[in-house]
Every structure is written in structure tokens, then in C-alpha cells.
Ligand binder design. Structure first.
Ligand code: SF4
Ligand code: SF4
Length: 473
């Protein structure tokens, strides 16, 4: 019997104010539906969810974010396999993260900007629907988690749902996982959800540093670190009483905090009683530009402090059995190694088109019905050379431009492409980043034929190899 990642089978996360649902928080574009339009069983058993499970059954992890998924990074994925079997009506595990609000403004996080365009009324209307649909599902759920995409103790709707949870399964079979930044984890706030203490309770608290200035800078707040330390002492008491069954203290490893990781881990275990210290690798979720990413991403071998980071990671305390480097000791994979690398690679391609047009035209002449994807500088340079030799492309396609005309060539928005149905075409893809996602978009809109990334038609092998690596092709 074929086996698949257990998380992809049993888990769903409701992760924004649209009620969007995904099968795993580390799947790229893992949204399989939303709770505004459909009930949870409809989404859980929907077509998109089925397709993703089929991928996982083939052990195809191309949809998974390798730099985020701890199971892929550490190889533990082999132990996390299960059979698909008959899926129940509701998932066993539900992760509530639809209230994306937080009292922090962490540098590495974009959560708080997610609802900037919605009015309070729109948000409340959506929350009413989501809350209702989640409430119907909750009795059938055995494992529940919250929040992680916002701060738990300011998420009023989620706190209410948790406080009312009455699972059908016996308490001994149920478990809870809470994620919080710890800044409000005191007696007053805990009382709101203390009912959860009767289940197996895991708590994960993420703290950027115990150095006050670093903590404040990375968390975007001016709270005293003493408040966090006092809260951790309160949490430790809950752990000692057995109310909390497992306590994780985590941090996001980056340039500003890596030097104090040994002391951080020591305090988490010896002073605050953590069962597990999770060192999460930094990843850019869209909040940083290339320059910021470069300086924050200490796992990048080109970072000027990378060697010092590697040495720090050899500190004996970081080999403590309770300390877990979620990066698996790996350097960051497929990320930009130097700031503006993509711009630099793009310039190199443009220079090749301008300096060696005959070589490029020769390659183009070997293609069936060339079509160009992407209306940017590279396309403009290609079209100029093709028109000069009277061999224009059939059309230009772009997902973000209006349909129209460029230098006599039809330009189609991807939703309005015409005239390609019967033709065997070659699609020259000019964007140099996120190319796999782009291929999927072309498939989605029924644009088939051979895909040729722009770097395959230039003579610069070094640029081509680097772009293949960045795009994981
Ligand atoms: S392999 Fe990792 S990212 Fe992919 S579904 Fe499983 S847990 Fe999620
Ligand atoms: S505490 Fe978590 S949700 Fe809040 S800003 Fe920081 S990373 Fe984002």
C-alpha cells in the first residue's frame, strides 16, 4: 500500500480571515479552499486537496517548502509516513490561525499586514462565518492547535473556540498544541483557556532573544524582557504541575541572535524547564527585500558571519538532547547568495541578447511556434531581434498585463489567450524567479507545449546553472 506524509493526510490549518484552508503550513500555495464558501468537509474532501495528497503519495515534495518543513530538512519524513486509507468526514487535526493579529511586530513576519485592506466590519462578518464552520467541526477533532499566525492571547475568537472545545473522543485521546510569543502568558490570560489542561497539552513559546535590546528590536516592541522571564516562570509552574505536558521554547535563528544561542538554550532548559528548544531557521516570508534577507539569513554560506555561525553551532550546549536545530545543520537551500543576485543574472541575460543576437535567433529558429511569457525588458529585447529578422513570436502572454499589442505582436493577459488551442507551441519563459510556479500557472490556464526558460537560449552556462539551482529545476 502506498504511503504519504501523515501531516498531509490528517491536518488542516485555517490560516486567514478569508477562512483559507491548507493541508500543511509548509506547502507552497497549499490553499485547498475556504470556509467562507464551503464547509470544512467540502474543502477537506475537495479536488485540490485530493490532488495534493496524490502528490504526497508519489513522494513528490515539489509543493513543500524545504527550508521550512522540519521533517524534510532532517530526514524525519521517512518516519512520518502513513497509508491514505478512508479519510474521515472531518480532519483529525485542526489548526486555528485565522485571526492574524499580534501585539508584536517581528522583523521576520508579515502577519500583521495581512488584513490591512479589510474594514473591521468585513473582518467581523468573515470571522462569524469561519467561527460557525469551525465550531461544527471541533467536536470531531482530536488534536487542536492555535495560533502561530498571530498571537494566541490577543485572538479573541480563537480563545473562545478553545475555551468551548468539547471533543467527542475521550480526553485521553485528545491533545492541544498552543503557539504564543509568551508576552501575555500570565495567570489572568491562562484562566480563559484553562479547560485545555485536561488534554495532553503542548505549548511552544517563541522568543527572539533574552538580550533585551535584541529581543525588542527583533520583536518590534519595547516590552521589558523581565515580563517575558516572569511569564516563563509562571509557565514553568504549569509544566511542573503537569498541566502543560510538554514545553517548547523556540527562536528564529538569524544574524542578530546567533551568537547568544548557547546561553539562550541553557536558560530555556535550566532556568525555565523547557523540554525542547527549537532553533528555527530564518526564512523570508515576503517581509524583507533582498538586501535585508541577505543580512538576516545567517545560514547563507556567503553571509560574512556564516563561518562564525557554524562555529557557534558547535558549542557543546547546543548538542544537548533537548536542543533541536530545525535546519538539520544544513545551509539555506536555493536562496539568493548575494543581494540583488537575480537582478545581476537578469542583466547578464539581457547583455547576452544584445551582444549575441544571432546565436539566440538560431536557437529560436529551431522552435515550433515560439510564444513569449512575461512582458518585461528581456521580452522587449527578444522581440526587437525577432522582428528585425521577420520571425516574430505568435504572441506575448502575461498574468499581470492587460491584453493589447507590443511592437505589432499581440499581448494577452493569461486569462484571455486566443488562437493557441490547435498549435504545438514553445513557450519562452522570461521571468527568472519562481519559474516552477509559473509553469503551474500556464498549465492552469491550458497553455501547454514545450517550456523553455530564457537562460536556456543564451550561451552563458554559469548564469543558466545558477538560475536552474535557484529555481530548483
Ligand atoms: S512533507 Fe513537510 S511540507 Fe510536505 S506535507 Fe509533509 S510536513 Fe508538510
Ligand atoms: S509574534 Fe509571531 S505572529 Fe506576532 S509578529 Fe512575531 S512572528 Fe509575527
Amino acid at each position: 500500500m502506498e504511503r504519504m506524509c501523515k501531516r498531509g493526510r490528517d491536518f488542516v490549518q485555517v490560516y486567514n480571515a478569508e477562512g483559507a484552508v491548507r493541508l500543511c503550513s509548509w506547502i507552497k500555495d497549499g490553499c485547498v479552499g475556504n470556509l467562507i464558501d464551503n464547509s470544512l468537509p467540502e474543502v477537506f474532501h475537495g479536488e485540490k486537496a485530493k490532488r495534493l495528497r496524490q502528490c504526497l503519495l508519489r513522494q513528490d515534495y515539489s509543493q513543500c517548502r524545504v527550508d521550512e518543513c522540519p521533517y524534510l530538512m532532517t530526514g524525519e519524513i521517512n518516519d512520518l509516513q502513513t497509508e491514505l486509507g478512508n479519510l474521515p468526514q472531518y480532519p483529525e487535526e485542526l489548526y486555528l490561525a485565522f485571526e492574524n493579529i499580534c501585539n508584536y511586530r517581528c522583523k521576520s513576519c508579515t502577519i500583521c499586514r495581512m488584513n490591512a485592506e479589510k474594514t473591521k466590519e468585513e473582518l467581523e462578518q468573515n470571522y462569524d462565518i469561519i467561527e460557525d464552520r469551525v465550531r461544527q467541526a471541533m467536536p470531531y477533532v482530536k488534536r487542536i492547535s492555535a495560533n502561530g499566525l498571530g498571537e494566541l492571547f490577543v485572538s479573541k475568537r480563537i480563545l473562545k473556540l478553545l475555551s468551548e472545545w468539547r471533543p467527542k473522543a475521550p480526553a485521553a485521546e485528545c491533545s492541544v498544541m498552543l503557539e504564543t510569543n509568551g508576552s501575555l502568558f500570565d495567570e489572568e490570560h491562562w484562566k480563559q483557556i484553562e479547560n485545555l489542561g485536561k488534554y495532553k497539552l503542548n505549548v511552544a513559546i517563541t522568543i527572539m532573544s533574552f538580550e533585551e535590546s535584541v529581543y525588542q528590536h527583533l520583536s518590534g516592541v519595547n516590552y521589558p524582557i523581565e515580563k517575558i522571564e516572569n511569564n516563563l516562570r509562571y509557565v514553568k509552574k504549569l509544566r511542573e504541575k503537569g498541566i502543560i505536558d510538554f514545553l517548547t521554547i523556540a527562536t528564529v535563528v538569524q544574524a542578530e541572535n546567533f551568537r547568544t544561542l548557547p546561553q539562550f538554550a541553557y536558560r530555556c532548559i535550566e532556568e525555565f524547564g523547557a523540554d525542547f528548544v527549537r532553533l528555527r531557521p530564518y526564512d523570508n516570508w515576503g517581509g524583507q527585500n533582498e538586501m535585508e534577507e541577505f543580512f538576516m539569513n545567517i545560514r547563507n554560506p556567503k553571509h560574512p558571519w556564516h563561518q562564525e555561525y557554524k562555529e557557534t553551532m558547535k558549542h557543546p550546549y547546543l548538542s544537548h538532547p533537548k536542543v533541536h536545530d530545525q535546519s538539520g545543520g544544513e545551509n539555506s537551500y536555493g536562496m539568493r547568495t548575494v543581494p540583488y543576485e537575480l537582478s545581476d543574472l537578469k542583466w547578464r541575460i539581457l547583455t547576452e541578447i544584445i551582444n549575441n543576437p544571432n546565436q539566440i535567433i538560431q536557437k529560436l529558429s529551431e522552435m515550433n511556434n515560439p510564444v513569449i511569457y512575461g512582458m518585461g525588458n528581456l521580452t522587449a529585447a527578444l522581440v526587437r531581434e525577432m522582428n528585425l529578422r521577420n520571425m516574430p513570436p505568435l504572441c506575448i502572454i502575461d498574468a499581470y498585463k492587460k491584453s493589447g499589442n507590443f511592437e505589432g505582436i499581440p499581448v494577452y493577459n493569461i486569462k484571455e489567450v486566443k488562437g493557441l488551442e490547435e498549435k504545438e507551441v514553445s513557450v519562452i519563459v522570461t521571468p527568472v524567479a519562481d519559474v516552477q510556479e509559473l509553469y503551474e500557472t500556464l498549465n492552469k490556464y491550458g497553455i501547454h507545449g514545450k517550456r523553455i526558460p530564457i537562460w536556456d537560449i543564451i550561451g552563458d552556462r554559469e548564469t543558466a546553472e545558477r538560475l536552474k539551482y535557484i529555481n530548483r529545476l
